[in-house]
Design a protein around this ligand. Structure first.
Ligand SMILES: [Zn+2]
Ligand SMILES: [Zn+2]
Length: 329
């Protein structure tokens, strides 16, 4: 064997061993039972391309259905870590069309179409989103025509399963199957950022409400009334950056920790959890920490509240919301 070939072989073996060690380190969770109502935070980050917090995505498993709310960067990796095949997602729901919430769609859609064991979607990708979703999926279909045609011709993949079946909604009940009801309600992401919605998923007398992107929203408080788990976004900067006009625009579109505390104290969920952390910094001025966010929210709320992490999961039981251990990210 040539030295070069030997080296390549050694590298390949090392990569394989590393991969196996990594797979062993990430405990595969037992799949959610059919009657289980489980919510997993797949991505809790912002547009910032960091490893610890991927783009926004929330997996809701209820009544044997697997529903995905938003599809930010890294959603496919997190789905796999959560023990799902990409093809197992029954429907995707979009809160709004900002890129950080939809940039993972081509990956979920096209990688999920493959025959590999991690993919295997049978049938079209079902996408429920606000106005503009159909144009987005049509545009993506056009952009990826080469790949779509090549794989149909070359790998004999199903043309039907690469379709995107889009239903656009305004607000109200947007999904009602097998006892699982998804309601979209308007939130307030800013005057130029419409439409933007949050979702409430009800199943078996329990519910989760996901804020999507919003500034303080009375309508969210109304629709989240009586919810068990409230998943809410948050944005903050240190005081010295408040005069920065770029940050002012971003902050004007999101909810501050204090405001979120007020939302929680009025909704009184059994469990509140922050996700989609937009924590802004600048050279010499580090972002506020998650602990700062928690403390600021605590000025207005003393109920159950957690700092969300990627792969943090919750089981919604009649008796209460049970936080499951994070599944290792
Ligand atoms: Zn947004
Ligand atoms: Zn966002």
């Amino acid at each position: 064997m040539s030295p070069r070939r030997a080296l390549l072989l050694a590298c390949a073996c090392a990569a394989l061993l590393c991969g196996r060690a990594q797979a062993q380190g990430t405990a595969a969770p037992p799949p959610a039972a059919a009657e289980e109502f489980r919510v997993t935070l797949l991505g809790t980050g912002s547009p910032a391309p960091v490893m610890r917090r991927f783009g926004p995505g929330v997996l809701v498993e209820a009544g044997g259905r697997k529903l995905l709310i938003d599809c930010g960067r890294g959603t496919t990796q997190r789905l796999l870590q959560a023990g799902l095949r990409l093809g197992q997602v029954d429907a995707l729901f979009l809160t709004h069309l900002h890129s950080d919430h939809v940039v993972g769609i081509p990956d979920l859609w096209l990688t999920g179409w493959l025959e590999a064991s991690y993919a295997q979607r049978k049938g079209p990708l079902r996408v429920h989103g606000p106005q503009g979703t159909r144009a987005l999926m049509q545009g993506l279909t056009q952009a990826y025509q080469w790949d779509i045609q090549a794989r149909i011709a070359d790998q004999n993949l199903s043309a039907d399963s690469v379709r995107a079946e889009v239903s656009e909604f305004k607000t109200g009940v947007v999904y009602d199957q097998g006892g699982v009801k998804v309601t979209a309600f308007e939130v307030d992401h800013g005057d130029l950022l419409k439409p933007a919605v949050g979702f409430r998923v009800d199943y078996g007398g329990r519910s989760v409400t996901v804020s999507g992107d919003t500034r303080f929203s009375e309508n969210l408080i109304r629709h989240a009334a009586g919810t068990d788990l409230l998943v809410h976004q948050v944005a903050a900067v240190r005081e010295e950056l408040l005069k920065n006009p770029v940050f002012q625009v971003i902050l004007a579109h999101h909810t501050s920790p204090e405001e979120a505390g007020t939302v929680f104290s009025r909704v009184k969920p059994r469990q509140a959890v922050f996700y989609h952390f937009v924590l802004l910094g600048a050279p010499g001025v580090p972002p506020v920490t998650e602990q700062d966010v928690l403390q600021q929210a605590r000025r207005h709320y003393d109920g159950p509240l957690l700092i969300g992490e990627d792969l943090m999961a919750f089981r919604l039981e009649r008796e209460g919301v049970v936080p499951l251990a994070g599944r290792g990210s």
